[in-house]
Design a protein around this ligand. Structure first.
Ligand SMILES: C[S@@+](CC[C@H](N)C(=O)[O-])C[C@H]1O[C@@H](n2cnc3c(N)ncnc32)[C@H](O)[C@@H]1O
Length: 219
């Protein structure tokens, strides 16, 4: 059996937001590195590794065999459609996809509205769209953390359904629950600012948001 790998900072941050002894689904698992690592460290009780494409699932299966992991099940299908009530999933990771894809996966699933389900979401892009979707559709963001992995800054959000929808306008979707005293969160916000500066070259509608965010960074 091969020696276990370390997770990179991005997946490590996702792992840190999974609750102890969770029954986990990893949606868009690809290589299944996250559930295998969590199982090998005894941090979760079981895992479903789910993916819309069969080739990634095959690489996940090969990794499970390589590292001698047994209590992992592989399922082929879109989003959370592969999960049954009997699976009694407590935590769902959806990582490594665009914010709008993650929002669609949550929107398509009744299961995501289980108030006891801990959603751990790692958007590669458009985190502001995901945050606005969550708030406006009755999800409460519990934590938002950031890290740097392979020279890029990432954010990870934990959220669950509360049923209380709130409007998410102005700068809120860009700030979410970022703790701006944390260097990586500040870097994440600075990346939003750079992105908005480019956007404002063609579309002045974002100028007010850009200026408000810039003020926050200077303070
Ligand atoms: C870039 S990989 C991310 C792998 C891993 N989650 C990570 O963060 O390192 C994206 C994976 O999501 C899968 N995927 C894309 N859309 C999906 C969907 N709607 N439902 C399930 N899986 C999806 C792709 O097939 C691919 O394996």
């Amino acid at each position: 059996m091969d020696k276990l790998y370390s997770l990179d900072n991005r997946l490590q941050l996702c792992a840190s937001l999974v609750r102890p002894s969770a029954r986990l689904v990893d949606v868009g698992t690809d290589h299944a590195l996250l559930p295998i690592w969590l199982l090998k460290h005894g941090k979760i009780s079981c895992a479903i590794a789910s993916d819309i494409n069969s080739a990634p699932l095959e690489s996940g299966r090969a990794n499970a065999q390589k590292y001698g992991v047994k209590n992992i099940v592989f399922r082929l299908g879109a989003g959370l459609s592969t999960i049954l009530a009997d699976d009694k999933i407590t935590d769902a990771v959806i990582a490594g996809m665009g914010g709008e894809v993650i929002a669609q996966i949550i929107s398509d699933s009744g299961l995501a509205r289980d108030k006891d389900l801990n959603l751990i979401l790692q958007p590669m892009t458009k985190s502001e769209e995901l945050i606005a979707f969550l708030c406006e559709n009755g999800f409460e963001i519990q934590k938002q953390k950031c890290t740097v992995s392979h020279g890029k800054c990432y954010t990870v959000i934990s959220a669950s359904y509360s049923g209380n929808a709130v409007q998410a306008d102005g700068i809120f979707p860009y700030i979410g629950k970022l703790d701006l005293s944390d260097e990586y969160s500040l870097l994440f916000l600075k990346n939003h600012i750079k992105h908005l500066e480019n956007k404002c070259k063609g579309d002045k509608n974002y100028l007010q948001i850009l200026n408000e965010l810039k003020r926050l960074v200077i303070l």
